[in-house]
Design a protein around this ligand. Structure first.
Ligand code: MRU
Length: 344
């Protein structure tokens, strides 16, 4: 197994150091946060991204809140719950955020002594468990890649987006570590360019070569026969396997079907929202038009606006495999129970 060098989040015991991913690949800079509000802002402003990494950051945000507010009086609870609400409002689509906050809330509800230690232990465990899940998924997913010549990935799903190693990128890392000679293509991932600025950078940091393509080159790449699999992560997966992920994922899955390319989703079970039967009710984050618009149109009474959804939902019927730390479900739409076999 190759190690991954990039680290999005460093917990120091009394602060969370967050790698400002907006500055990569030119600048590697960590900002230090000592309160939950700061962590919520780091999530909202895309300093930290990727569903599992967002959940882990939020968990540490709760620890910082408890460290700041805990006292013998009952009122500290109100301050911590206000901070939890602020963290919950930071981004809507990745369910890992709400999953992690629910875990922290459960610890707060059940613990009556040594509260700071108890919440710290929970956050550190969420972080460590995610890394372990990624390493398992890497090994599971790599078994599907035997004999594969080339893969394409979308967005960033590596160490920076997770507790370490990565989901989809973890599968690619594991396959490379097993000496599978894979050609790796990464889509740019407009508008935030996670593929161009993060994925290929992460791979290069670990000595793995990759080829960047414009998002709009994907169909032509598939037509060329260079890839056998598209491999992506997820921000929220419904119980039937419908998968919300970075905008453009649905296009890739549709193109993959057209070209006979297989489509793999890799995510820890913390990304599965068992309360949703299907993907129809997944809230899709729509970000500011100015993230897309050339500045000259971002003016009052402009005739040009922009629609900027940053995720989409891929129907389970377009997915060949969903890989989690609990195992693999092939062709999820063909199972009456969807992906419920992964629920442990
Ligand atoms: O907007 P982002 O950068 O947070 O979106 C990230 C993604 O969509 C990833 O593909 C997803 O979180 C899976 S990461 C392991």
């Amino acid at each position: 197994m190759t190690n991954s060098t990039a680290q999005a989040l460093i917990w120091t015991g009394n602060s969370l150091d967050v790698l400002d991913q907006r500055q990569l690949p030119e600048i590697t800079r960590y900002d230090s946060y000592t309160d939950a509000e700061g962590v919520a802002e780091a999530i909202k402003s895309m300093r930290v991204r990727g569903a599992p990494a967002i959940g882990i950051a939020a968990a540490y945000g709760v620890v910082l809140s408890v460290q700041q507010h805990f006292s013998d009086s009952v009122n500290w609870h109100n301050s911590v719950f206000a901070d939890i609400e602020t963290l919950a409002q930071s981004r809507p689509t990745a369910v890992n955020l709400f999953w992690a906050l629910d875990k922290m809330k459960a610890v707060l509800a059940q613990t009556h002594e040594n509260i700071v230690d108890a919440v710290t232990e929970c956050a550190v465990t969420i972080h460590a468990d995610d890394l372990a899940a990624n390493q398992k998924m890497g090994d599971f997913g790599a078994t599907l890649l035997v004999g594969t010549k080339g893969v394409m990935t979308h967005c960033n799903t590596g160490s920076l987006a997770t507790g370490g190693y990565g989901t989809a990128l973890g599968v690619i890392r594991s396959a490379v570590a097993q000496n599978q000679h894979l050609k790796i293509f990464a889509g740019e991932t407009r508008p935030w360019l996670q593929g161009a600025r993060l994925t290929v950078w992460e791979l290069a940091q670990d000595g793995i070569s990759s080829t960047l393509i414009a998002d709009s080159a994907a169909a032509w790449l598939m037509k060329s026969g260079a890839i056998d699999w598209v491999i992506v992560g997820a921000d929220r997966i419904a119980a039937n396997g419908d998968t919300a992920n970075k905008i453009g994922t649905y296009s890739l899955a549709t193109l993959a079907k057209q070209h006979g390319v297989k489509f793999m989703v890799v995510a820890p079970t913390s990304t599965i929202d068992w309360s949703l039967e299907n993907g129809d009710n997944i809230q899709i984050e729509c970000r500011e038009p100015r993230e897309l618009l050339p500045a000259c149109y971002d003016v009052p009474n402009s005739l040009v606006s922009a629609w900027n959804p940053v995720f989409d939902v891929t129907p389970a019927a377009l997915i060949s495999a969903i890989v989690t730390e609990n195992g693999i479900v092939l062709n999820p739409s063909e199972h009456a129970n969807g992906i419920r076999s992964l629920q442990k």
